[in-house]
Structure formats: structure tokens, C-alpha cells
Design a protein. Structure first.
Length: 126
């Protein structure tokens, strides 16, 4: 299996093959760009979630707790109104929970999306 081509590797290839072809200024700019990408990659996925990431995760857990109390599947808008948040915020949380298999999305009357806690881990959108 071949190694995945990243932006950093692509820039490295251009810099190595471009010496003598491109001006020193172009090579210098490409090397600086490569260094920026390497620095950014160093911090990406460093393990410790940001404050915003922790808040989003906590919100999703709150959504799970509220959904667990429901006896019937609910609409995104109803849940958002009940929890006092925007429809966008609720939709994003529910989408992530559906992807994780923790929430099931079904279609009700008039093709309205309904959400409920998944009974089994891995149960997916239906």
C-alpha cells in the first residue's frame, strides 16, 4: 500500500525537484509554507480537547439524558425548544450522535425526522 500524499509531502517533493528550476525566493516561500503545515500538524490531535470541544461533548451528553427520558421519538425542533437552544445547535448534536450510533433517526408522518436513543450500540439511521 502506498503512503498517503499529504500537503507537506507534496510541498517537499516540489521543493526537492524545483531547486535549480525555481528562484530561491519561490523555494524559500514553499519551505516556509511546509514548516507552517508541519507545525500545525504537530498540534492537531494532541489529545487534550479545547474548552469549546469539551462544552460540545457535555451538551451532547445532556441531549442523550433528555432523549433517554422520552417515551416516543421527538423532532429536532421540539427538543431544541425544550432545551432552549437553536435548531442548528441541536441538529449538529443529533447528527453527531446518529453517526456515533447512540441515537436513531427515523421518519415520521409527513417525512419528519424523529430522534430517539438507540436501543443497541451500533444501531444506525433508518
Amino acid at each position: 500500500m502506498t503512503e498517503k500524499m499529504t500537503y507537506t509531502k507534496a510541498l517537499e517533493t516540489v521543493v526537492m525537484s524545483g531547486k535549480g528550476i525555481y528562484s530561491d525566493e519561490v523555494i524559500e516561500k514553499l519551505e516556509a509554507l511546509k514548516a507552517q503545515l508541519e507545525k500545525r500538524a504537530q498540534y492537531k490531535g494532541s489529545g487534550k480537547p479545547t474548552k469549546a470541544q469539551r462544552e460540545v461533548a457535555e451538551f451532547r451528553e445532556t441531549v442523550m439524558a433528555v432523549l433517554a427520558e422520552k417515551t416516543e421519538p421527538v423532532q429536532c425542533g421540539e427538543l431544541a425548544k425544550e432545551m432552549g437552544v437553536s435548531g442548528q445547535k441541536m441538529s449538529a448534536a443529533l447528527s453527531k450522535l446518529v453517526k456515533e450510533g447512540r441515537v436513531v433517526k427515523t421518519t415520521g408522518a409527513k417525512r419528519v425526522a424523529l430522534f430517539a436513543v438507540a436501543e443497541e450500540e451500533g444501531e444506525v439511521e433508518g
